[in-house]
Design a protein around this ligand. Structure first.
Ligand code: GAP
Length: 452
């Protein structure tokens, strides 16, 4: 738990980052990249449970943002793009952080994140900082055999530009009409100077972005619409509403071309921080790409015969940052009726990495075989886990700690009447269910799930 007098009760109850990092490592959610070589800052590996958690959040977003709307289509653009893309978008000239180095210990800091009049936080020397310099956050590499300026390409720092650049292709090849959106999920890369706070800010991460193209003048309808949709998304994912809030960009934060911008903030272990941006971006990006590419990126309205460059409302979320949110929001330490403490992850069942654990009460007398057959029968529909070792209470705890919402116990009664016990993670209550109805029972339980 975090401590401090100026914090609200809500802020005080947030789990510490140390506990999240330790659980992630212990149970195989997330590891530091290249750990056996001492680790690489700003890069992380998603382990057996982490990859399922991340994929489930990704699939949930994809379904909510494409399948559940009749006017949003998908895209998977490449990470490497023509270097002119980043000139047009402004990233080559503007995508930088002010940076200072300590002249004594050579540590590097973001100038806007430390007190430049204080001693160096690493070596403690006074007056040791260089003058702030701008440091471009794009990773540069080369395409082809020659390493000269003509071969420079960048690892994309956001997925959004792939959407703008393919706007005309999508328009001409699909039957979409304005207003419509293009959604994309994929890796982005930024050479972040400050990478503390675990996966919150990393150099390699994933984004889930949607650009909604609309007629100029209608953006003030779509902008609040998408803000509401995006906040609802997190509530539907089972995130505590009191851990979410809006932050509107002030004049000093707003890009010069942007009409309005809001961030959804989440109460992370280190405090309130940005989770997602919802921005009203005018026709800036398409106009820039039209100018730099020389290609016509206007839209001909089939109803009015008007030609215009569409306005864009963007929703831009971090997938990997969503993983940290899901873990922090779900984490709890609870007293059990037996007088001990259980660590439990209250994931919404839709994003839980393992949905059903099947646990034979004992291995002998055919109970193990029965449970194993039952577990296999569920595999087509659910990620399952079979565990027959240890006391049943300990097996429940292991499943609670990774957020498995349903544990199914097979016992002697099962052999007589073909019923099993379903134990619910959150309430720890149990219910007897016919074994041949188990799949349908779990399906309904997932649909009806409400976070308490
Ligand atoms: N296309 C707009 C855009 O990229 P952004 O605010 O720079 O806007 C959007 O990024 C989201 O991407 C952020 O709200 C955050 O969730 C995620 N994100 C950005 N940089 C990140 C990083 N270094 N590590 C993890 N997630 C990051």
């Amino acid at each position: 738990m975090r401590k401090g007098n100026s914090m609200s009760e809500e802020e005080k109850s947030v789990v510490s980052m140390d506990k999240i990092v330790s659980l992630c490592r212990r149970r195989g959610f997330i590891f530091q990249s290249s750990e056996i070589y001492g680790g690489l800052n700003g890069a992380y590996d998603y382990g057996p449970l982490g990859v399922d958690l991340k994929n489930n959040i990704r699939d949930f977003w994809w379904k909510e943002m494409t399948q559940m709307h009749d006017n949003i289509v998908g895209l998977d653009a490449s990470i490497l793009m023509h270097p002119r893309v980043w000139e047009a978008s402004g990233h080559v000239s503007n995508f930088s952080d002010p940076m200072v180095d300590c002249k004594i210990c050579k540590s590097r800091f973001r100038a806007d994140q430390i007190d430049l009049n204080a001693p160096c936080p690493v070596c403690g020397n006074k007056n040791s900082f260089t003058e702030p310099r701008n440091f471009n956050l794009m990773f540069e590499t080369h395409i082809g055999a020659n390493k000269d300026s003509a071969s420079v390409v960048y690892l994309r720092p956001e997925t959004a530009q792939g959407i703008y650049v393919d706007f005309k292709n999508v328009l001409q090849s699909s039957r979409v009409k304005i207003p419509f959106g293009i959604a994309q999920i994929g890796k982005s890369f930024r050479n972040e100077i400050t990478t503390k706070n675990f996966i919150f800010r990393s150099c390699e991460f994933e984004q889930m972005e949607m650009q909604f193209f609309c007629k100029p003048g209608t953006e003030d309808h779509w902008f609040p619409y998408w803000r509401e949709q995006r906040m609802e998304f997190y509530k539907k994912m089972g995130i505590h509403p009191e851990h979410l809030r809006w932050h509107q960009h002030g004049p000093d934060e707003l890009a010069f071309y942007a009409k309005d911008a809001y961030d959804i903030q989440f109460l992370f272990p280190m405090g309130w921080q940005e989770l997602e941006g919802v921005h009203s971006r005018t026709d800036y990006d398409l106009t820039q790409h039209q100018k730099f590419s020389g290609k016509d990126l206007t839209y001909l309205d089939p109803e009015t015969n008007e030609r215009y460059i569409p306005y864009v409302v963007e929703t831009s979320a971090g997938l990997t940052r969503n993983v940290l949110m899901a873990l922090s929001d779900a984490y709890d330490e609870e007293a059990t009726p037996e007088g001990d403490t259980r660590v439990v992850l209250h994931f919404h069942p839709r994003i839980a990495p393992v949905k059903v654990a099947v646990l034979p009460l004992v291995k002998k007398d055919g109970i193990g075989e029965y449970a194993s057959r039952l577990e296999h029968s569920l595999r087509d529909d659910y990620v399952t886990f079979y565990d027959q070792s240890g006391a049943i209470g300990r097996r429940y705890r292991r499943m609670d700690e990774i957020g498995t919402p349903y544990c199914v116990t097979v016992d002697y009664q099962t052999l007589e009447d073909h019923t099993v016990t379903v134990r619910f993670r959150d309430s720890m209550k149990q219910e007897r269910v016919a074994a041949d109805q188990l799949g349908a029972f779990i399906h309904q339980a997932i649909k009806d799930y409400r976070r308490v």
